[in-house]
Design a protein around this ligand. Structure first.
Ligand code: SAM
Ligand code: SF4
Length: 332
């Protein structure tokens, strides 16, 4: 699949639920109205869509959410997607990964590994228990750490995703980096993006990563790395830890040129760009009894609409979000 700007689309992010057992302040509002369950695609429908994307050239799928591990029966989907890893008939997938808040990771880590998952991204913005509870509105840090270390013991490589928040964890990035280094985890820092109404003004949370990076350079030897995941992160090797640190800077950098991904929601909407509102509806296509061929044609037609890039601008005080859906709809 090649989009109108010559970019090969090889990466599908699949949000399996909009629900979550946390309410991170930058991601959700305290009172969320979640989708009625009847609107969701079944696990079989999600699997069928993924199979079509794989036939058309997708080699990497990241399962995300909301919190993917709260979706009932989600391990069944991991197993069926895991069966598509390889080069045999009905296969073609090279990598199956997941982004999770790790609250349920302890009980699923081994099954994820058994399904073929080798790397997980865990979101963690602080190592201070009270702060963790404040950021997530009611989460417990010990549970997340238990999830992380169980996953490590199960053989899963871990990347920690941290949203840089000016008034909350700006002073803690060094600690997070050395903690990650101690356990062999890569760390990826993310700028807050203006998505969805989260109650309150997001401008006082925005922390430009250029600033964080120059502060870190005072204490750590960072060497630009050739490592790429096909995503927007730019990575640096950290000499002192032997691990990597990545920076995702949608607000200060435009990362759209090499974009290789599309995002499918749990209701079957395909978003061609994280920072745009345009979508293509596949639930309709699936439930109208489309054949595999018609499904593939619909996917091609959607990819032909992929826009050149996002329109994020750094939040002006009290400005409405650039994109109306919450991050939990597409999973970032
Ligand atoms: N619940 C899972 C988790 O937290 O890892 C997966 C879904 S979550 C929406 C995916 C990632 O998006 C998390 O790393 C989270 O920190 C990030 N995120 C959520 N809202 C964001 C925002 N407004 N700006 C930047 N990153 C955001
Ligand atoms: Fe839930 Fe992840 Fe959003 Fe936090 S960032 S509220 S864990 S979906």
């Amino acid at each position: 699949m090649i989009d109108p700007f010559g970019r090969a689309i090889t990466y599908l992010r699949l949000s399996v639920t909009d629900r979550c057992d946390l309410r991170c302040v930058y991601c959700m509002s305290e009172e969320m109205t979640f989708l009625p369950r009847a609107d969701l695609l079944t696990l079989e429908e999600l699997d069928r869509l993924c199979a079509a994307f794989i036939r058309l050239g997708v080699v990497k799928i990241r399962v995300t959410g909301g919190e993917p591990l709260v979706r009932h029966g989600v391990m069944k989907l991991f197993r069926s997607l895991g069966d598509r890893l390889g080069n045999g008939p009905g296969q073609g997938l090279k990598e199956l990964t997941v982004t999770t808040n790790a609250t349920q990771l302890a009980r699923h880590a081994e099954a994820l590994f058994a399904a073929g998952v080798r790397r997980v991204n865990v979101s963690l913005d602080t190592l201070v228990p009270e702060k963790f509870t404040r950021i997530t509105r009611f989460g417990r840090l010990d549970r997340v750490l238990d999830g992380i270390f169980t996953a490590k013991a199960a053989g899963l490589a871990i990347k920690v995703n941290t949203v840089a928040l000016r008034d909350i964890n700006a002073e803690e990035i060094d600690t997070l980096l050395s903690w990650c280094g101690e356990y062999g985890f890569d760390l990826c820092l993310i700028e807050t993006m203006p998505m969805g109404d989260v109650m309150g003004d997001r401008t006082n949370q925005y922390l430009p990563l250029s600033l964080v990076q120059s502060r870190l350079a005072a204490n750590w030897t960072l060497t630009e790395s050739a490592y790429r995941t096909g995503g927007p992160a730019r990575y640096f090797d950290v000499a002192e830890t032997g691990t990597r640190i990545g920076f995702i800077t949608p607000m200060t950098h435009n990362f759209c040129e090499g974009c290789n991904r599309v995002r499918l929601t749990c209701t079957g909407k395909l978003y061609l760009c994280l920072g745009q509102n345009d979508d293509a509806d596949f639930r309709e296509v699936l439930r109208s009894g489309a054949s595999d061929e018609e499904l593939e044609q619909a996917i091609h037609a959607a990819i032909a609409r992929k826009p050149k890039g996002h329109d994020f601008v750094i939040d002006r005080p009290n400005a409405p979000p650039a994109v109306h859906r919450h991050m939990s709809v597409t999973g970032g």
